[in-house]
Write a protein that binds this ligand. Structure first.
Ligand code: AKB
Length: 339
């Protein structure tokens, strides 16, 4: 008998760290991870097997399939929005072809053991694209179906993969004579910018907020690459991990959509700077907008409407802006850099 497991791709990234901890603490299926980078040593005791390699590698998924029965996939691996603009073809390979490969792998797994395979897919506010600042201001809290005209490669990739997930979940091989039925239980969250006390992101365009607070704690100067009035939604990492787990646990019958917005707070970059200065009064933070990265952030909504997530699966973030800084970010980041 093959062992029943949960697979996490991109496990060494920002969200992987907290997700492994939470899933291991919940005591569910053993965890198998895939990432180009090795896991941090602290995660070793929490996973059954760590595969260091690319999701695009020909035989990696087959080797997993031979040994394990995969019941759930958290597909976190992705090239983020800033990095993707420098390597659009590679971004497409990783973000789209990699996701398609995993969806197909999930379908094959489902067909082999006869049950649905849960497929958790972190999408992003980058799936939105507002044409200009005036429209962004007018749009306010954007609903899932509005303004889905992304201007970045990453945003296009995320939006298209949401559609691929919908196809595998509901329309897979719809014309085949012996219609095999989709075996993928696809669930997705459009995450806002995430701020972790324990990891610094790389390659994203919402990175100005986490970079600001980590630089301040390290005593480094920081020139913020967006204007002070720039506003997009953000969330503290523990709430993002909780959301992913809570959506995974939700009763399928209660879900009215496959893709959900969630948000927690949406400060301007100047408000983030003020909170960072509250925690680290000597911080040296200036603003030096990079017009091209600014344009990307300006195309993302100032806020999102997450009514459906709150209603369908009880999304309720623990951290508002003040609590996120006072109770999670400042104390943990201070400890991290003073060690
Ligand atoms: C990025 O900046 O690319 C990501 C995102 C908003 O999805 N953090």
């Amino acid at each position: 008998m093959r062992k029943s497991v949960t697979l996490i791709t991109g496990a060494s990234g920002e969200m992987g760290h907290g997700l492994i901890e939470r899933l291991a603490a919940n005591g569910g299926s053993p965890i198998i991870t895939i990432d180009l980078q090795p896991l941090e040593p602290s995660a070793h005791g929490m996973v059954e097997r760590e595969c260091v390699g690319s999701i695009l590698e020909e035989h990696l998924l087959e080797r997993i399939l031979a040994e394990y029965e995969v019941n759930a996939i958290y597909h976190l691996a992705a090239i983020l929005s800033t990095r993707a603009e420098f390597t659009p073809l590679t971004a497409h390979q990783v973000n789209v072809e990699g996701t398609l490969k995993l969806l197909d792998f999930a379908q094959a797994q489902g067909e082999s053991h006869g049950r649905h395979v849960l497929f958790m897919y972190p999408s992003s506010i980058a799936a939105y694209g507002l044409p200009d600042i005036a429209t962004k201001e007018r749009a306010g809290r954007v609903a899932e179906s509005d303004w889905t005209m992304p201007s970045t490669m990453y945003g296009c990739n995320k939006l298209y993969c949401e559609h691929l997930g919908r196809y595998y979940a509901g329309h897979y091989k719809q014309l085949a004579a012996d219609s095999p039925h989709g075996k993928v239980d696809f669930r997705s969250i459009r995450f806002p910018g995430l701020i972790s006390a324990f990891t610094v992101p790389s390659g994203g365009t919402s990175d100005f907020a986490p970079e600001m607070v980590h630089a301040a704690a390290k005593g480094a100067s920081y020139a913020c690459f967006v204007r002070p009035d720039t506003r997009i939604p953000f969330m503290a990492m523990p709430d993002a991990v909780d959301a992913l787990i809570n959506l995974a646990l939700a009763d399928r019958a209660a879900l009215t959509r496959l893709v959900y917005n969630i948000g927690a707070f949406n400060p301007s970059a100047a408000e983030i700077r003020d909170l960072v200065l509250g925690g680290f009064p000597d911080a040296d933070i200036t603003f030096a907008p990079d017009l091209k990265r600014q344009a990307i952030v300006d195309s993302w909504p100032a806020d999102v409407d997450d009514t459906a997530a709150r209603h369908d699966w009880g999304f309720a973030p623990r951290y508002d802006l003040d609590r996120a800084f006072a109770e999670y970010l400042v104390p943990n980041i201070r400890k991290r850099y003073s060690n």
